[in-house]
Ligand binder design. Structure first.
Ligand SMILES: *Cc1c(COP(=O)(O)O)cnc(C)c1O
Length: 380
């Protein structure tokens, strides 16, 4: 499955990555490409784009979705569309795109600490970080675990703030029966190759109403309203037809991929339960997850440090990832900000040093999983 062409390869020496895109059979993609070749419509809201937008909105159970070329541009545009300036409260435990999208808008990121269980922004710490300059909150549903969205919305409503969720990890996740992709004033999704639904590169903004979607759609196309009218300082955030076609095909395989990742999640939970010094993130009952990540915490009782285990796995060609290390607050462009002081972020600082994400993807076979688990068990 990992490398079906190379039949002579010793299965015990195959590299295992933290994630690998789930590719539908190539011959199923060919008819889509033929249509594109026939129509010569390569980008700018072509027929596949027109189909994928409502199909995804339907799949996710949201009303107003705009496709993008990636999630980073989507985050930048979301902040533009909501006209956010000043300060935005955000998590240090995330991917660079979250924080950089603020800097690209001339906004000052203010880091608040995370909850030790969900690893998402702690609402009590958000409240303490609010100043007269705060205009919005940008939380991340880390590993697809939903944020405490009710508490966050309550703070936002009471203090007059906007909420923009980075939902890059949360494709298809539901909490209390509702889609997390519809939360906040806007939510941003990523369809990058490493995510559970991918269009090679891609992303989307979910807006609250049709009027806001219209503004987002102008902004992703240079602000162009018609041939002679440019209504705003837009950017190029458009998804092309090859990407949109691939997304439509992927939608058919999503359930298969998710079922396989759920099995892997169960297997890890069974094999790693109760190991000294290895702690798992417990699933919440009110959450339907997407099994996109499998984080473990390597604590002092284990035989190796987190980095020691990371190296031991690498020595066997198992490429686990230290998501998210270093913290955004430790990076050169952010570390001098007062909110970046590690004393302000003790929970995130500990998480960044203890967490390792194990391989989880649909093509991961039982023998691969056994290899991962046996390396972990060697060092208890
Ligand atoms: C992947 C990711 C992004 C960026 O997505 P792109 O589509 O690659 O731009 C943003 N935020 C988080 C949390 C991510 O994991």
């Amino acid at each position: 499955m990992l490398d079906g062409l190379n039949v002579e390869m010793d299965p015990n020496n195959r590299p295992i990555y933290v994630t690998r895109p789930y590719l539908p059979p190539l011959e199923e993609f060919t008819p889509y490409l033929e249509k594109i070749w026939e129509s010569h419509w390569l980008t700018n809201a072509g027929p596949f784009h027109q189909q994928l937008e409502p199909a995804l909105a339907g799949h996710l159970g949201v009303g107003h979705l705009s496709l993008f070329n990636n999630a980073t541009i989507s985050l930048i545009v979301a902040l533009q569309a909501l006209r956010i300036t000043g300060e935005v409260i955000t998590t240090p435990f995330t991917f660079p795109a979250t924080t950089h999208s603020l800097l690209w808008n001339g906004i000052r990121p203010v880091f608040a600490d995370i909850d030790p269980v969900t690893l998402n922004l702690d609402p009590a710490r958000i409240e303490r970080a609010i100043t007269p300059h705060t205009m919005a909150i940008m939380p991340v549903h880390c590993y697809g675990m939903p944020c405490d969205y009710m508490a966050i919305q309550e703070i936002a409503d009471r203090r007059g703030l906007k909420v923009i969720y980075d939902a890059a990890h949360a494709f298809g996740v539901r909490a209390d029966g509702t889609s997390v992709a519809g939360l906040g004033d806007m939510s941003v999704l990523s369809f990058h190759a490493t995510k559970v639904f991918n269009t090679f590169e891609g992303g989307a903004i979910v807006s609250r109403d049709a009027e806001m979607k219209k503004r987002v759609d102008y902004l992703k196309n240079f602000g162009i309203a018609d041939e002679v009218t440019v209504v705003g300082p837009g950017i190029n955030g458009k998804m092309n037809e090859v990407q949109a076609a691939f997304g439509l095909l992927q939608l058919r395989y999503l359930a298969d991929g998710q079922a396989r990742r759920q099995e892997i999640d169960r297997y890890y939970r069974r094999e790693l339960a109760g190991l000294r010094g290895i702690r798992l993130q417990e699933p919440l009952e009110r959450v339907e997850g997407n099994y996109s990540y499998f984080p473990i915490r390597v604590e002092p009782g284990y035989g190796l440090t987190r980095d020691g285990l990371y190296d031991a796995l690498r020595a066997r060609e198992i490429y686990a990832r230290r998501y998210f290390y270093p913290l955004m607050s430790e990076l050169p462009m952010y570390r001098d900000m007062p909110s970046a002081d590690p004393a302000n972020l003790p929970v995130a600082t500990r998480a960044a040093r203890q967490i390792l994400c194990l391989p989880i993807y649909a093509g991961l076979e039982k023998s691969d999983l056994d290899r991962v688990v046996s390396v972990i068990k060697e060092h208890i």
